[in-house]
Design a protein around this ligand. Structure first.
Ligand SMILES: C[S@@+](CC[C@H](N)C(=O)[O-])C[C@H]1O[C@@H](n2cnc3c(N)ncnc32)[C@H](O)[C@@H]1O
Length: 523
């Protein structure tokens, strides 16, 4: 498979592993409600995604991202602390426009690569990621997606019509579209895509018959298949019209075999309509809106023409804030449309947006839950100090109020790294935080908080994990503790500050002692 190379690539391909693990600190005053599982995180998404890993690795169903497009107007700054002399020169400087900054695409790729790796690891096996992008970086983004997610997991690249028309100063094409890349974590585990009908499509179901109470209204679908004239004798037959005349369409064909047609006719699911002008009969099958008990869903199309324009995003935001507060927010209808396809049958799933901007994704999740009584959760990450609280969180707060929504959100800041500069565990780290981290680094799975019982923090592959972390001087693995633990013969990994048990006894009890902090794996 062809792969893309760029300045700094070698230094960033594993940078996601080098990013220090930070704890998340809840800011109560900026949160809404108590103990919500919706999160808005203020911070650089490289660190924020890493901080989420012990809690959410493999658990996210749908990701939508809308990163800086690198147009040259955004004034974004490369800020990742990658250990490379070349890259260090970039840090803290605004990425310039095409004509002035020769490494602007390298910087952008260096920024995106480790973030996409973390996003991939957060996605569940059946998860799907969407990434908005335009011509500035589309081709490069596609190649790094192929590399990180694997080309076989590329579902489609969608075209979103973002505006109509071209301004007078456009020199070449008036660009009306941008792209949305869509990848699966594992394409074999992703269900067939369906979407709900748009109002326009729903309006086509305008006929009623005796089945109305059961199946709802129906639309007509021509039985005649135009343009196919191959030899398919079972689809070529004469049909008797209500006036006794014979309708034949040779050499073209019908969509139903004769048996299927006669069965449908018997069930009253065929309409004969005489064209007033030509006097010719037309035959239609009936497609009911609620034939399966639920409203029919259709295959989503790769060109998004009806999901709202950029100007709808602007108007929406203007309505919420009463003034312009952000450039180019996406319309919530677009994001809602994408999320609905992925989560229609997963109404409890988690949706993540790590370039949250104005929080459109949170708005979309709330609207969707309101509409279909879902219980989806959202996680939004926004780095800019001036945006995260006053725009992202504020918008979501106002939307919650507008819809009288059942849930709130926790607003979090990135806290200190788990390990301080001397390699000691951050003093503010709680038992649950360290347990979650240790369990994740040991098992690569997320802890089940309900299973935590005092020092026991979980079991995985017939190994039990214990953590003694109860204030300095108290975390000793001694004979008293040994008496308390299970005698079921399973292997036990016990984290503590000190061990007072001899190695033979440990071995006999299948215990592996790991000393805090030195043997807490750096993830
Ligand atoms: C194109 S905007 C997203 C707009 C959003 N989709 C909306 O509808 O409002 C990109 C956002 O990502 C944020 N951002 C850029 N780099 C980031 C990073 N490293 N971590 C977190 N947020 C970042 C920017 O501050 C900006 O608000």
């Amino acid at each position: 498979m062809p792969v893309l190379n760029w300045i700094g690539k070698d230094a960033v391909v594993n940078h996601d592993k080098e990013v220090p693990f930070r704890l998340l600190k809840k800011v109560k005053s900026a949160s809404v409600g108590e103990n919500s599982q919706n999160l808005i995180i203020h911070g650089d998404n490289l660190e924020a995604l890493k901080a989420l890993m012990p809690y959410y690795a493999g658990k996210i169903k749908c990701i939508y991202i809308d990163p800086p497009y690198n147009t040259g107007n955004e004034k974004w700054v490369y800020n990742d602390k990658v250990n490379s002399p070349k890259i260090k020169k970039w840090i803290g400087k605004v990425v310039g426009p095409e004509s002035e900054d020769l490494s602007r695409h390298d910087k952008w790729l260096c920024m995106m690569y480790p973030r996409l790796k973390l996003l991939r690891d957060l996605l569940g096996d059946d998860g799907v990621i969407f990434a908005s992008i335009d011509d500035w970086e589309f081709d490069y983004l596609k190649l790094i997606f192929d590399e990180i997610f694997d080309r076989k997991n590329h579902i489609n690249t969608l075209i979103w019509r973002k505006n109509a028309g071209a301004s007078n100063d456009v020199k070449y094409f008036g660009v009306e579209h941008e792209y949305i890349l869509c990848y699966a974590r594992d394409i074999n585990k992703v269900d067939r895509f369906l979407t709900s009908l748009s109002d326009k499509h729903r309006a086509e179901y305008k006929y009623r018959d005796a089945n109305f109470a059961k199946f709802g209204p129906y639309k007509r679908y021509n039985l005649y298949q135009p343009g196919i004239d191959e030899n398919r004798p079972n689809l070529q037959y004469e049909i008797e019209a209500p006036d006794g005349s014979q309708i034949s369409i040779k050499p073209h064909i019908w969509r139903y075999s004769k048996e299927t047609f006669l069965q449908a006719k018997k069930e009253g699911k065929i309409d004969f309509v005489k064209n007033k002008k030509s006097g010719q009969w037309q035959i239609f099958t009936k497609i009911y809106l609620h034939e399966t008990g639920k409203e029919r869903r259709i295959k989503p199309r790769s060109i998004l023409l009806e999901q709202g324009f950029t100007l709808n995003g602007n108007r929406e935001l203007l309505k919420i804030f009463g003034k312009k507060v952000f450039n180019y927010p996406k319309p919530s209808s677009l994001i809602k449309y994408l999320i609905e396809i992925i989560t229609h049958d997963y109404k409890d799933s988690i949706v993540l947006d790590s370039f949250a901007g104005t929080g459109t994704t949170g708005d979309a999740v709330i609207q969707l839950n309101k509409e279909d009584k879902g219980n989806r959760k959202f996680i939004l990450i926004e780095m800019e100090d001036k945006v995260a609280k006053d725009i992202t969180a504020e918008r979501v707060k106002r939307v919650i109020k507008k819809y009288d929504y059942k849930d709130g959100f926790e607003y979090c800041e990135l806290d200190k790294p788990l390990f301080d500069e001397n390699g000691q565990i951050n003093e503010e780290c709680t038992f649950e935080q360290l347990a979650t981290y240790v369990y994740f680094t040991e098992t690569n799975t997320n802890i089940d908080k309900n299973k935590i019982s005092k020092e026991f923090i979980g079991e995985h592959n017939e190994t039990e994990y214990y953590l003694l972390f109860n204030g300095k001087g108290k975390n000793v693995l001694d004979r008293n503790f040994l008496k308390k633990i299970n005698k079921n013969g399973n292997k036990k990994i016990i984290y503590a500050d000190k061990c007072l048990i001899d190695s033979r006894t440990l071995e006999k009890n299948k215990i592996v002692f790991k000393q805090i902090p030195y043997e807490v794996k750096v993830y």
